[in-house]
Design a protein around this ligand. Structure first.
Ligand code: ADP
Ligand code: MG
Length: 269
């Protein structure tokens, strides 16, 4: 289990910590954050709510503060001022470990071992501790069935060389299955689809739809089609919330703003 702490992943769960429940909402109030020595705040006066069980999409140009906000919600960074509460309880050094144990995080470049899908999904757990049925179900939720069917030996087949033979989409799906295997209260996908081809992205979209309602999700997406079905969209620019509402209300405005600056069009579509 200690192996987890040596993994060069951004998210180091402490397996001994009891996960903090998320039954009502994550609430952020008047939150500000400034990186050391940065000339200005990366997040300014953020107030927002992520209701339990909802899927929230976070959009905004590169550098707008999306990952910083995710890192604060995860507890990897501490706000300069303002509050973040989980079901009304302040996120603090006392409960941070428990909160981290409640979160499944998938970033842009997940870490892989040379091991099998089983080992890469049940990351750091001894094989004798692995619940195969649960693991297969997580793989199914992450749309890995086709890959598993193609592999001789299925989930037990060593992938070799840090799973480099897998496509970008397959790697992201393994990373999602890994996040799900921890039975998270909150799943965060930070631009998990930005490096993917259209087909892989569609699969992730299917996964997100499949999961909707069964857990709370924060989806940071480059491609707007990924967040089209979210319950709520929050649009960030220069560390501030520009607009918040349904995808139907917010996305047309966001799209239009990208079209105004033609050099950003490629980035978002
Ligand atoms: P996004 O995820 O929306 O692309 P980020 O949250 O990564 O945006 O970055 C927000 C702002 O904070 C940017 O101006 C970026 O340059 C700055 N920033 C990000 N990480 C750091 C850091 N470790 N130190 C200083 N500034 C940073
Ligand atoms: Mg980012």
């Amino acid at each position: 289990i200690n192996a987890i702490f040596n993994m060069p992943d951004r998210h180091y769960p402490n397996e001994a910590a009891t996960p903090l429940p998320l039954e009502r909402e994550i609430r952020i109030e008047n939150l500000n954050f400034q990186y050391n020595e940065a000339p200005q705040r990366a997040l300014a006066d953020i107030t927002m709510t992520i209701p339990s069980g909802s899927t929230v999409g976070l959009v905004g140009r590169s550098g707008s503060g999306k990952s910083t906000l995710a890192d604060i919600i995860i507890g990897l960074l501490s706000q300069t001022s303002g509050t973040i509460t989980i079901d009304g309880q302040n996120l603090s050094p006392e409960n941070k470990e428990n909160w981290i144990a409640s979160i499944g995080y998938v970033g842009q470049s997940p870490f892989f071992t040379d091991g099998s899908i089983l080992e890469n999904v049940a990351f750091g757990l001894d094989e004798s501790m692995v619940d195969r049925e649960k693991l297969l179900n997580c793989c199914h939720m992450a749309a890995l069935d086709t890959l598993i069917d193609q592999l001789p030996g299925g989930i037990d087949r060593p992938l070799g060389e840090r799973a480099e033979k897998l496509s970008g989409g397959q790697r992201q799906r393994v990373a999602i299955a890994r996040a799900l295997y921890r039975s998270p209260q909150l799943l965060i996908l930070d631009e998990a689809t930005s490096a993917l081809d259209q087909q892989s992205e569609n699969t992730i979209k299917t996964t997100v739809k499949r999961l909707a309602g069964s857990l709370t999700m924060l989806i940071i997406a480059h491609r707007l089609s990924t967040v089209e079905h979210c319950d709520k969209i929050i649009w960030l620019e220069h560390g501030k919330i520009v607009m918040e509402g349904s995808p139907e209300d917010v996305l047309p405005h966001y799209r239009a703003s990208l079209n105004e600056k033609t050099n950003n069009v490629c980035e978002a579509f």
